[in-house]
Design a protein around this ligand. Structure first.
Ligand code: ZN
Length: 259
């Protein structure tokens, strides 16, 4: 999946069709991955996540130019997050894998839902990190998906709180964007916060935003002190919001218990 997300990122940032062979009436054949520098098609052994990258000493076998660190980093993060989310649903250490084997359709759909949200959040984090933009083509499907899920499955009493809290936080981010003329936050961040509220509910949304501000300030300070960024640079906030979302999703019980 991490490898596939990298492929989606590359195709989207270069305005390439995603299912090019689908349009050529060859739906069984997904177009092959290629080197972004020399455009040479990659063989199967050049496509093994992480391993090929290390064996080829971080270079393309044909043109010997460096492969971006984005590829292994996205692969490792995707793998880790999928494992952590699986573990949060079915504890692996407590025989959760056996539990997984006799799952009902509801549990499987729930897992697919969580992993789809995770994949879209990884895409958004990479895009915001690289281009300081949260594309609508990722954030709108995410908001739609989470709204559908909550409308179907959340009890009415909780639903109202979730919606009110989500809009309250999103409005706060919207106002920060307007007041700062887009310098502190962007409109994409407000939409992302709306999603986070609907996805996490109260009080996890509060924890997620609190953590993103703490981590965002801490990491920005480190970047400024180590002279990798200056005060004038833009540091995108989306990746921190997404980091906060994953921490709140995975460890909210533990963290809220600490307070
Ligand atoms: Zn190459």
């Amino acid at each position: 999946m991490g490898s596939f997300l990298n492929c989606l990122i590359y195709r989207l940032e270069n305005n390439l069709p995603i299912f090019v062979d689908l349009l050529k009436n060859k739906p069984w054949k997904f177009s092959r991955s290629f080197c972004p520098h020399c455009k040479k098609d990659l063989k199967w052994f050049e496509l093994i996540p992480i391993i090929s990258f290390v064996i080829q000493k971080f270079c393309c076998r044909s043109c010997h130019r460096k492969i971006s660190w984005q590829y292994p980093v996205v692969e490792i993060i995707t793998g880790l997050l999928f494992l952590l989310i699986f573990n949060s649903q079915f504890s692996l250490s407590a025989g959760g894998f056996n539990e997984f084997l006799d799952l009902g359709i509801f549990e499987i759909l729930n897992l697919v839902y969580l992993l789809t949200v995770t994949s879209l959040l990884i895409l958004i984090a990479v895009f915001d990190y690289k281009y300081y933009i949260i594309p609508n083509k990722f954030i709108y499907p995410l908001i739609l998906l989470v709204t559908g899920y909550q409308l179907l499955l959340t009890p009415h009493s909780l639903l109202l709180t979730t919606i009110i809290v989500s809009f309250a936080f999103a409005t706060f981010f919207f106002l920060m964007t307007v007041l700062s003329g887009g310098r502190w936050m962007g409109m994409g961040d407000a939409k992302l916060v709306l999603f986070m509220g609907l996805f996490l509910g109260w009080p996890r949304i509060f924890l997620a935003i609190f953590l993103s501000f703490i981590l965002g300030s801490l990491i920005s300070l480190i970047l400024i002190f180590t002279k990798q960024k200056t005060l004038k640079d833009i540091i995108p906030f989306g990746p921190f919001l997404i980091l906060g979302t994953f921490i709140a999703l995975l460890w909210s019980d533990y963290l809220i218990g600490l307070i």
